[in-house]
Design a protein. Structure first.
Ligand SMILES: CC(C)(COP(=O)(O)OP(=O)(O)OC[C@H]1O[C@@H](n2cnc3c(N)ncnc32)[C@H](O)[C@@H]1OP(=O)(O)O)[C@@H](O)C(=O)NCCC(=O)NCCS
Length: 189
């Protein structure tokens, strides 16, 4: 089964498994209504954050019973967000694709941290897990998230109209993607 070597270090960030002690940092962003507006679920309670931190302890291994890898993104000792790789096609070494996602605290916005972390998990998905394609789906009105995709060099491949029942309404859905042989360009930008 594929494994991502942890921690992943970038110029400014460390991407690592969640661990006890992360709860306050995670609660600080996961409990905010505007932060979870475009991600599934309501703002989290302290109890839910404690479960989330405990459930997401990982050794980097991705297997069919646990096809998603969620990593804490640490900046100077503080968890400022989390990023996700959700692997599809785990039946064999061929046919693998990965969905990626991200959520970050609002007070660190506008400094490129989400893009830096997203670039690191995209790189791990292509180079360590060996996926053929990395993709992300989002509501097009979530323009900050669209720009993260674009900075990675992802292509907007689809825009489905009122295709998703999300938080009590039909919403549009944009799909962004990038193929393995296109990745070197994204890594440099
Ligand atoms: C989506 C989300 C992660 C984007 O956050 P963000 O702060 O815009 O993204 P980054 O951290 O990559 O910062 C990029 C911005 O910093 C600027 N920036 C400053 N210094 C930078 C640097 N060194 N490198 C790159 N960008 C830098 C960029 O120009 C960019 O600004 P712009 O978008 O106005 O052009 C954030 O809005 C979020 O967590 N939202 C809630 C959760 C969510 O919606 N998740 C996605 C669901 S689909």
């Amino acid at each position: 089964m594929p494994r991502v070597s942890l921690p992943i270090t970038t110029e400014r960030l460390t991407l690592r498994s969640f661990r006890p002690g992360d709860e306050d940092d995670v609660f600080a962003y996961r409990s905010v209504e505007s932060v979870v507006r475009y991600i599934p679920g309501d703002p989290k309670t302290r109890e839910q954050v404690a479960d989330l931190v405990a459930e997401r302890a990982t050794n980097g291994r991705i297997d069919p019973t646990s096809p998603n890898l969620t990593l804490a993104v640490e900046l100077d000792g503080r968890v400022i967000g989390d990023v996700l790789i959700l692997l599809e096609g785990l039946g064999g070494a061929d046919g693998r694709q990965a969905e990626i996602g991200w959520v970050f605290a609002q007070d660190v916005a506008g400094k490129g941290y989400a893009t830096e972390a997203a670039r690191a998990i995209t790189d791990a998905a292509f180079r360590e897990v060996g996926v053929h394609r990395v993709w992300a789906e989002l509501e097009p009105e979530n323009t900050a998230s669209s720009r993260v995709c674009e900075r990675l060099g992802m292509r907007r491949e689809a825009m489905f109209v009122k295709a998703s029942w999300f938080k009590g309404e039909w919403t549009d859905l944009a799909v962004y993607a990038l193929l393995a042989d296109e990745w070197p360009a994204g890594r440099q930008s």
